[in-house]
Design a binder for this molecule. Structure first.
Ligand SMILES: *Cc1c(COP(=O)(O)O)cnc(C)c1O
Length: 420
Protein backbone atom coordinates (compact mmCIF):
# COMPACT_ATOMS: atom_id res chain seq x y z
CA UNK A 1 0.00 0.00 0.00
CA UNK A 2 1.22 3.49 -0.81
CA UNK A 3 1.06 5.68 2.26
CA UNK A 4 -0.23 9.22 2.41
CA UNK A 5 3.12 10.73 1.43
CA UNK A 6 3.30 8.40 -1.58
CA UNK A 7 6.64 7.16 -0.29
CA UNK A 8 6.55 3.81 -2.07
CA UNK A 9 9.83 1.88 -2.17
CA UNK A 10 11.84 3.07 -5.17
CA UNK A 11 14.39 1.26 -7.33
CA UNK A 12 16.65 4.30 -7.76
CA UNK A 13 17.08 7.54 -5.81
CA UNK A 14 19.08 9.44 -8.41
CA UNK A 15 18.58 10.59 -11.99
CA UNK A 16 19.05 7.53 -14.26
CA UNK A 17 22.50 7.98 -15.83
CA UNK A 18 21.72 5.88 -18.91
CA UNK A 19 18.58 5.37 -20.92
CA UNK A 20 16.82 2.02 -21.15
CA UNK A 21 15.29 0.23 -24.13
CA UNK A 22 11.59 0.57 -24.82
CA UNK A 23 11.15 -3.09 -23.85
CA UNK A 24 12.86 -2.44 -20.52
CA UNK A 25 10.75 0.66 -19.89
CA UNK A 26 7.60 -1.29 -20.68
CA UNK A 27 8.60 -4.07 -18.32
CA UNK A 28 9.19 -1.49 -15.60
CA UNK A 29 5.82 0.14 -16.29
CA UNK A 30 4.09 -3.22 -16.04
CA UNK A 31 5.95 -3.92 -12.81
CA UNK A 32 4.72 -0.64 -11.38
CA UNK A 33 1.15 -1.40 -12.39
CA UNK A 34 1.34 -4.82 -10.79
CA UNK A 35 1.69 -3.14 -7.37
CA UNK A 36 -1.66 -1.37 -7.69
CA UNK A 37 -5.05 -2.62 -6.48
CA UNK A 38 -6.89 -5.10 -8.69
CA UNK A 39 -8.37 -3.03 -11.52
CA UNK A 40 -11.35 -5.33 -11.88
CA UNK A 41 -12.29 -5.41 -8.20
CA UNK A 42 -11.68 -1.68 -8.00
CA UNK A 43 -14.58 -1.04 -10.36
CA UNK A 44 -16.89 0.02 -7.50
CA UNK A 45 -14.29 2.44 -6.15
CA UNK A 46 -11.13 3.88 -7.54
CA UNK A 47 -11.40 2.32 -11.01
CA UNK A 48 -15.05 3.11 -11.58
CA UNK A 49 -16.51 5.54 -14.12
CA UNK A 50 -14.98 3.95 -17.18
CA UNK A 51 -18.03 2.34 -18.70
CA UNK A 52 -17.70 -1.00 -20.45
CA UNK A 53 -14.73 -2.23 -22.49
CA UNK A 54 -16.06 -0.71 -25.74
CA UNK A 55 -16.39 2.73 -24.18
CA UNK A 56 -12.91 2.53 -22.69
CA UNK A 57 -11.54 1.55 -26.07
CA UNK A 58 -13.21 4.48 -27.83
CA UNK A 59 -12.02 6.97 -25.20
CA UNK A 60 -8.51 5.57 -25.48
CA UNK A 61 -8.45 5.78 -29.26
CA UNK A 62 -9.81 9.33 -29.27
CA UNK A 63 -7.18 10.36 -26.76
CA UNK A 64 -4.39 8.66 -28.68
CA UNK A 65 -5.23 10.41 -31.98
CA UNK A 66 -4.81 13.80 -30.29
CA UNK A 67 -2.22 12.72 -27.76
CA UNK A 68 0.22 15.56 -28.44
CA UNK A 69 -2.37 18.33 -28.87
CA UNK A 70 -2.62 21.15 -26.37
CA UNK A 71 -6.19 22.13 -25.56
CA UNK A 72 -4.93 25.62 -24.72
CA UNK A 73 -4.63 26.29 -28.45
CA UNK A 74 -8.24 25.44 -29.30
CA UNK A 75 -8.53 28.76 -31.15
CA UNK A 76 -5.69 27.80 -33.49
CA UNK A 77 -6.54 24.12 -33.82
CA UNK A 78 -9.86 23.87 -35.66
CA UNK A 79 -10.14 20.18 -34.76
CA UNK A 80 -10.02 20.76 -30.99
CA UNK A 81 -12.16 23.89 -31.31
CA UNK A 82 -14.84 21.99 -33.20
CA UNK A 83 -14.89 19.04 -30.83
CA UNK A 84 -15.19 21.44 -27.87
CA UNK A 85 -18.11 23.20 -29.53
CA UNK A 86 -19.90 19.96 -30.24
CA UNK A 87 -19.36 18.72 -26.70
CA UNK A 88 -20.72 21.97 -25.27
CA UNK A 89 -23.71 21.90 -27.65
CA UNK A 90 -24.47 18.29 -26.80
CA UNK A 91 -24.35 18.61 -23.04
CA UNK A 92 -25.92 22.10 -22.99
CA UNK A 93 -29.02 20.71 -24.69
CA UNK A 94 -29.50 18.29 -21.78
CA UNK A 95 -29.29 21.10 -19.22
CA UNK A 96 -31.63 23.64 -20.85
CA UNK A 97 -28.91 26.13 -21.69
CA UNK A 98 -26.89 27.05 -24.79
CA UNK A 99 -23.30 26.20 -25.77
CA UNK A 100 -22.31 29.88 -25.75
CA UNK A 101 -22.89 29.76 -21.99
CA UNK A 102 -20.48 26.88 -21.40
CA UNK A 103 -16.79 26.18 -21.09
CA UNK A 104 -14.78 22.97 -20.97
CA UNK A 105 -12.45 22.73 -18.00
CA UNK A 106 -9.78 20.42 -16.64
CA UNK A 107 -11.89 18.47 -14.19
CA UNK A 108 -14.40 19.01 -11.43
CA UNK A 109 -12.09 21.03 -9.23
CA UNK A 110 -11.30 23.35 -12.14
CA UNK A 111 -15.05 23.79 -12.76
CA UNK A 112 -15.75 24.56 -9.11
CA UNK A 113 -12.77 26.90 -8.87
CA UNK A 114 -14.00 28.83 -11.90
CA UNK A 115 -17.56 28.90 -10.57
CA UNK A 116 -16.39 30.37 -7.24
CA UNK A 117 -14.23 32.85 -9.16
CA UNK A 118 -17.23 33.96 -11.26
CA UNK A 119 -19.34 34.38 -8.12
CA UNK A 120 -16.60 36.51 -6.57
CA UNK A 121 -16.22 38.69 -9.69
CA UNK A 122 -19.99 39.11 -9.95
CA UNK A 123 -20.11 40.08 -6.28
CA UNK A 124 -17.36 42.67 -6.81
CA UNK A 125 -19.59 44.37 -9.36
CA UNK A 126 -22.91 43.95 -7.59
CA UNK A 127 -21.83 44.22 -3.98
CA UNK A 128 -18.67 46.37 -4.03
CA UNK A 129 -16.67 46.39 -0.82
CA UNK A 130 -18.25 43.24 0.61
CA UNK A 131 -15.93 40.53 1.93
CA UNK A 132 -17.66 37.65 0.17
CA UNK A 133 -19.12 34.57 1.82
CA UNK A 134 -20.62 31.52 0.16
CA UNK A 135 -22.91 29.08 1.97
CA UNK A 136 -22.66 25.37 1.21
CA UNK A 137 -24.18 22.20 2.65
CA UNK A 138 -21.79 20.16 4.83
CA UNK A 139 -21.91 17.48 2.09
CA UNK A 140 -20.71 19.76 -0.73
CA UNK A 141 -17.41 18.66 -2.24
CA UNK A 142 -14.14 19.48 -0.42
CA UNK A 143 -13.03 21.35 -3.55
CA UNK A 144 -15.34 24.21 -2.60
CA UNK A 145 -13.33 24.69 0.58
CA UNK A 146 -10.15 24.56 -1.47
CA UNK A 147 -11.43 26.98 -4.12
CA UNK A 148 -12.66 29.46 -1.51
CA UNK A 149 -9.32 29.18 0.25
CA UNK A 150 -7.38 30.07 -2.90
CA UNK A 151 -9.80 32.82 -3.92
CA UNK A 152 -10.10 34.61 -0.59
CA UNK A 153 -13.78 33.79 -0.14
CA UNK A 154 -15.21 32.60 3.19
CA UNK A 155 -17.09 29.30 2.92
CA UNK A 156 -19.79 28.73 5.51
CA UNK A 157 -20.98 25.14 5.77
CA UNK A 158 -24.45 24.41 7.11
CA UNK A 159 -25.83 21.11 8.46
CA UNK A 160 -27.86 18.50 6.60
CA UNK A 161 -31.36 17.34 7.46
CA UNK A 162 -32.32 13.77 8.40
CA UNK A 163 -32.21 12.72 4.75
CA UNK A 164 -28.72 14.15 4.22
CA UNK A 165 -30.02 17.08 2.16
CA UNK A 166 -29.13 20.64 3.03
CA UNK A 167 -31.15 21.96 5.96
CA UNK A 168 -32.91 24.86 4.23
CA UNK A 169 -33.74 26.71 7.43
CA UNK A 170 -30.11 26.53 8.52
CA UNK A 171 -29.05 27.78 5.09
CA UNK A 172 -31.41 30.72 5.21
CA UNK A 173 -30.41 31.53 8.79
CA UNK A 174 -26.73 31.58 7.78
CA UNK A 175 -27.26 34.33 5.18
CA UNK A 176 -25.62 37.61 6.23
CA UNK A 177 -24.84 40.96 4.58
CA UNK A 178 -21.68 39.38 3.24
CA UNK A 179 -23.33 36.34 1.62
CA UNK A 180 -23.02 36.39 -2.16
CA UNK A 181 -23.58 32.78 -3.19
CA UNK A 182 -25.21 29.44 -2.37
CA UNK A 183 -24.14 25.93 -3.30
CA UNK A 184 -26.26 22.83 -3.83
CA UNK A 185 -25.29 19.39 -5.14
CA UNK A 186 -27.02 17.11 -7.65
CA UNK A 187 -26.26 14.72 -6.12
CA UNK A 188 -23.63 15.21 -3.39
CA UNK A 189 -20.73 12.76 -3.45
CA UNK A 190 -20.86 11.53 0.19
CA UNK A 191 -24.41 10.14 0.41
CA UNK A 192 -25.54 10.39 -3.21
CA UNK A 193 -28.58 12.58 -2.48
CA UNK A 194 -29.88 15.62 -4.33
CA UNK A 195 -30.24 18.84 -2.40
CA UNK A 196 -33.68 20.42 -2.97
CA UNK A 197 -32.51 22.48 -5.95
CA UNK A 198 -35.87 24.17 -6.60
CA UNK A 199 -36.15 25.38 -3.01
CA UNK A 200 -32.53 26.55 -2.83
CA UNK A 201 -33.06 28.35 -6.16
CA UNK A 202 -36.13 30.11 -4.73
CA UNK A 203 -34.06 31.20 -1.73
CA UNK A 204 -31.29 32.45 -4.02
CA UNK A 205 -33.81 34.48 -6.03
CA UNK A 206 -35.42 35.92 -2.95
CA UNK A 207 -32.07 37.08 -1.51
CA UNK A 208 -30.37 37.97 -4.83
CA UNK A 209 -27.61 35.36 -4.46
CA UNK A 210 -25.70 33.34 -7.07
CA UNK A 211 -26.64 29.66 -6.88
CA UNK A 212 -24.11 27.17 -8.21
CA UNK A 213 -25.32 23.58 -8.62
CA UNK A 214 -22.53 21.03 -8.42
CA UNK A 215 -23.60 18.20 -10.71
CA UNK A 216 -20.01 17.03 -11.20
CA UNK A 217 -20.76 13.40 -10.45
CA UNK A 218 -24.41 13.23 -11.54
CA UNK A 219 -24.76 15.75 -14.35
CA UNK A 220 -23.95 13.40 -17.20
CA UNK A 221 -26.08 10.58 -15.81
CA UNK A 222 -29.19 12.16 -14.25
CA UNK A 223 -30.89 13.21 -17.53
CA UNK A 224 -30.69 9.66 -18.90
CA UNK A 225 -31.73 8.05 -15.62
CA UNK A 226 -34.78 10.34 -15.52
CA UNK A 227 -35.66 9.37 -19.06
CA UNK A 228 -35.53 5.72 -17.96
CA UNK A 229 -38.29 6.51 -15.48
CA UNK A 230 -36.37 6.78 -12.23
CA UNK A 231 -37.53 9.54 -9.88
CA UNK A 232 -34.52 11.84 -10.08
CA UNK A 233 -35.09 15.58 -10.03
CA UNK A 234 -34.45 18.37 -12.52
CA UNK A 235 -31.29 20.04 -11.31
CA UNK A 236 -30.17 22.64 -13.85
CA UNK A 237 -31.54 25.74 -15.56
CA UNK A 238 -35.12 24.46 -15.52
CA UNK A 239 -35.08 26.15 -12.11
CA UNK A 240 -35.04 29.92 -12.29
CA UNK A 241 -32.34 31.05 -9.89
CA UNK A 242 -29.74 28.45 -10.84
CA UNK A 243 -26.84 30.57 -12.15
CA UNK A 244 -24.20 27.96 -12.96
CA UNK A 245 -23.88 24.18 -13.13
CA UNK A 246 -20.76 21.98 -13.21
CA UNK A 247 -20.69 18.47 -14.65
CA UNK A 248 -17.71 16.18 -15.09
CA UNK A 249 -17.46 14.60 -18.50
CA UNK A 250 -14.72 12.40 -17.08
CA UNK A 251 -17.21 10.78 -14.71
CA UNK A 252 -20.47 9.51 -16.24
CA UNK A 253 -19.65 11.18 -19.57
CA UNK A 254 -16.90 8.51 -19.78
CA UNK A 255 -14.34 11.00 -21.10
CA UNK A 256 -10.66 10.51 -20.34
CA UNK A 257 -9.41 12.62 -17.44
CA UNK A 258 -9.25 15.59 -17.10
CA UNK A 259 -12.47 16.84 -18.65
CA UNK A 260 -15.35 18.71 -17.08
CA UNK A 261 -17.80 21.41 -18.13
CA UNK A 262 -19.20 24.51 -16.51
CA UNK A 263 -22.39 26.13 -17.80
CA UNK A 264 -24.01 29.46 -17.00
CA UNK A 265 -27.67 30.46 -17.07
CA UNK A 266 -27.01 33.23 -19.60
CA UNK A 267 -24.21 35.04 -21.40
CA UNK A 268 -24.33 37.84 -18.85
CA UNK A 269 -23.17 35.36 -16.17
CA UNK A 270 -20.79 33.64 -18.59
CA UNK A 271 -18.74 36.80 -19.01
CA UNK A 272 -17.25 36.45 -15.51
CA UNK A 273 -15.59 33.25 -16.65
CA UNK A 274 -11.98 33.14 -17.85
CA UNK A 275 -9.02 35.46 -17.68
CA UNK A 276 -7.19 37.82 -20.02
CA UNK A 277 -4.18 40.09 -19.66
CA UNK A 278 -1.70 41.92 -21.88
CA UNK A 279 0.61 42.73 -19.02
CA UNK A 280 3.70 40.77 -19.99
CA UNK A 281 6.27 40.65 -22.78
CA UNK A 282 4.23 38.53 -25.15
CA UNK A 283 1.16 40.74 -25.07
CA UNK A 284 -2.33 39.20 -25.23
CA UNK A 285 -2.85 36.12 -23.07
CA UNK A 286 -6.32 34.66 -22.65
CA UNK A 287 -7.61 31.40 -21.20
CA UNK A 288 -11.19 30.21 -20.82
CA UNK A 289 -10.56 28.68 -17.42
CA UNK A 290 -7.83 28.63 -14.75
CA UNK A 291 -5.32 26.19 -16.21
CA UNK A 292 -3.14 26.93 -19.23
CA UNK A 293 -1.89 23.90 -21.15
CA UNK A 294 -4.29 20.98 -20.99
CA UNK A 295 -4.57 17.71 -22.82
CA UNK A 296 -6.22 17.92 -26.23
CA UNK A 297 -6.49 14.14 -25.97
CA UNK A 298 -9.10 14.45 -23.21
CA UNK A 299 -11.27 16.63 -25.46
CA UNK A 300 -10.94 14.19 -28.35
CA UNK A 301 -11.66 11.22 -26.08
CA UNK A 302 -14.77 12.92 -24.67
CA UNK A 303 -15.95 13.77 -28.17
CA UNK A 304 -15.29 10.25 -29.48
CA UNK A 305 -17.37 8.72 -26.67
CA UNK A 306 -20.24 11.17 -27.25
CA UNK A 307 -20.31 10.32 -30.95
CA UNK A 308 -19.87 6.58 -30.32
CA UNK A 309 -22.67 6.30 -27.76
CA UNK A 310 -25.07 9.02 -28.81
CA UNK A 311 -28.25 9.50 -26.83
CA UNK A 312 -29.25 5.89 -27.20
CA UNK A 313 -25.88 4.58 -26.01
CA UNK A 314 -25.81 6.81 -22.94
CA UNK A 315 -29.34 5.67 -22.16
CA UNK A 316 -28.32 2.02 -22.44
CA UNK A 317 -25.24 2.61 -20.28
CA UNK A 318 -27.34 4.44 -17.69
CA UNK A 319 -29.76 1.48 -17.64
CA UNK A 320 -26.86 -0.90 -16.98
CA UNK A 321 -25.46 1.33 -14.22
CA UNK A 322 -28.83 1.57 -12.49
CA UNK A 323 -29.32 -2.17 -12.74
CA UNK A 324 -25.98 -2.59 -10.94
CA UNK A 325 -27.12 -0.13 -8.27
CA UNK A 326 -30.49 -1.84 -7.88
CA UNK A 327 -28.88 -5.27 -7.46
CA UNK A 328 -26.52 -3.99 -4.77
CA UNK A 329 -29.26 -2.08 -2.92
CA UNK A 330 -31.47 -5.18 -3.00
CA UNK A 331 -28.62 -7.26 -1.59
CA UNK A 332 -28.01 -4.78 1.23
CA UNK A 333 -31.70 -4.95 2.11
CA UNK A 334 -31.38 -8.73 2.50
CA UNK A 335 -28.53 -8.42 5.01
CA UNK A 336 -30.10 -7.56 8.40
CA UNK A 337 -26.95 -5.97 9.85
CA UNK A 338 -26.51 -3.52 6.95
CA UNK A 339 -28.40 -0.57 5.58
CA UNK A 340 -27.91 2.10 2.96
CA UNK A 341 -28.55 5.83 3.29
CA UNK A 342 -29.12 8.27 0.43
CA UNK A 343 -28.07 6.45 -2.73
CA UNK A 344 -30.60 8.24 -4.94
CA UNK A 345 -28.53 7.96 -8.10
CA UNK A 346 -25.62 5.59 -8.68
CA UNK A 347 -23.60 6.11 -5.51
CA UNK A 348 -24.36 3.49 -2.90
CA UNK A 349 -23.52 3.81 0.78
CA UNK A 350 -23.32 0.91 3.21
CA UNK A 351 -23.66 1.46 6.94
CA UNK A 352 -24.42 -0.65 9.97
CA UNK A 353 -26.08 0.06 13.30
CA UNK A 354 -24.67 -3.09 14.93
CA UNK A 355 -21.32 -3.75 13.29
CA UNK A 356 -18.20 -1.67 12.94
CA UNK A 357 -18.35 -0.81 9.24
CA UNK A 358 -14.58 -0.34 9.20
CA UNK A 359 -14.18 -4.04 9.98
CA UNK A 360 -16.52 -4.91 7.12
CA UNK A 361 -14.50 -2.51 4.94
CA UNK A 362 -11.26 -4.23 5.90
CA UNK A 363 -12.75 -7.65 5.16
CA UNK A 364 -13.74 -6.48 1.67
CA UNK A 365 -10.37 -4.77 1.14
CA UNK A 366 -8.57 -8.01 1.99
CA UNK A 367 -10.51 -9.63 -0.86
CA UNK A 368 -9.31 -7.00 -3.28
CA UNK A 369 -12.28 -4.60 -3.27
CA UNK A 370 -10.88 -1.07 -3.09
CA UNK A 371 -13.77 1.05 -1.87
CA UNK A 372 -13.97 4.54 -0.47
CA UNK A 373 -15.54 5.56 2.81
CA UNK A 374 -17.62 8.42 4.21
CA UNK A 375 -16.78 9.76 7.67
CA UNK A 376 -20.00 11.58 8.69
CA UNK A 377 -21.54 9.13 9.40
CA UNK A 378 -19.08 6.26 8.96
CA UNK A 379 -20.12 4.43 5.74
CA UNK A 380 -18.68 2.45 2.87
CA UNK A 381 -19.06 4.24 -0.45
CA UNK A 382 -19.54 2.54 -3.81
CA UNK A 383 -19.67 4.13 -7.24
CA UNK A 384 -21.76 1.98 -9.54
CA UNK A 385 -20.68 1.74 -13.15
CA UNK A 386 -21.80 -0.21 -16.20
CA UNK A 387 -19.97 -3.38 -15.12
CA UNK A 388 -21.13 -6.91 -15.87
CA UNK A 389 -23.43 -8.93 -13.63
CA UNK A 390 -20.69 -11.42 -12.84
CA UNK A 391 -18.68 -8.76 -11.00
CA UNK A 392 -21.79 -7.58 -9.16
CA UNK A 393 -22.52 -11.15 -8.06
CA UNK A 394 -18.93 -11.58 -6.85
CA UNK A 395 -19.18 -8.40 -4.81
CA UNK A 396 -22.51 -9.34 -3.30
CA UNK A 397 -21.26 -12.82 -2.36
CA UNK A 398 -18.25 -11.28 -0.62
CA UNK A 399 -20.40 -8.67 1.13
CA UNK A 400 -22.71 -11.37 2.48
CA UNK A 401 -19.82 -13.58 3.56
CA UNK A 402 -17.71 -10.81 5.13
CA UNK A 403 -20.70 -9.39 7.01
CA UNK A 404 -21.54 -12.86 8.33
CA UNK A 405 -17.99 -13.35 9.56
CA UNK A 406 -17.84 -9.94 11.20
CA UNK A 407 -21.16 -10.72 12.91
CA UNK A 408 -19.79 -14.05 14.13
CA UNK A 409 -16.68 -12.34 15.50
CA UNK A 410 -14.40 -14.16 13.06
CA UNK A 411 -13.12 -10.94 11.54
CA UNK A 412 -11.94 -8.14 13.82
CA UNK A 413 -9.32 -6.17 11.95
CA UNK A 414 -10.40 -2.58 11.65
CA UNK A 415 -9.00 -1.01 8.49
CA UNK A 416 -8.99 2.71 7.97
CA UNK A 417 -11.29 3.69 5.12
CA UNK A 418 -9.92 5.70 2.18
CA UNK A 419 -11.82 8.95 1.97
CA UNK A 420 -10.18 10.24 -1.24
C1 LIG B 1 -15.67 14.39 -8.33
C2 LIG B 1 -16.41 15.54 -7.79
C3 LIG B 1 -15.84 16.82 -7.73
C4 LIG B 1 -14.37 17.09 -8.02
O1 LIG B 1 -13.96 16.63 -9.22
P1 LIG B 1 -12.44 16.32 -9.64
O2 LIG B 1 -12.63 16.00 -11.06
O3 LIG B 1 -11.96 15.19 -8.80
O4 LIG B 1 -11.63 17.54 -9.43
C5 LIG B 1 -16.66 17.85 -7.31
N1 LIG B 1 -17.93 17.64 -6.93
C6 LIG B 1 -18.50 16.42 -6.94
C7 LIG B 1 -19.92 16.25 -6.52
C8 LIG B 1 -17.75 15.33 -7.36
O5 LIG B 1 -18.30 14.10 -7.36
Amino acid sequence: MVDDQNLAPVAIDHFPPLGATMAEVEAMLDGLRAQDPDVRRGRFGMFSLRGNADIQDVAHRGYERFFSYNGLFARMLPSIGLMQQELLSGWASLLSTTPECGVLTSGGTDSLFNAVHSIREWAREHRPGVEPEIIAPFSAHASFTKSCHYLGVRLVRVPLDGEYRVDLEAMEAAITDRTVGLIASAPAWPHGVYDPIGKVAALARKRDLWLHVDACVGGCLTPFVRELGYAVPEFAFEHEGVCSVSLDLHKYGYAPKPCSALFYADEERRRYQGFATEEWSNGPYKTDAFVGSRPGGAVAGAWAVMRFLGHEGYLRTAQRTMSVRDQILAAIEQIPELHSVGSELSLVTIGSAELDIKVVGQGLASRGWSLFGVRHPELLHLTCDAVDDELVAEFIADLVDVTGRVSAGELNERGDLRYT
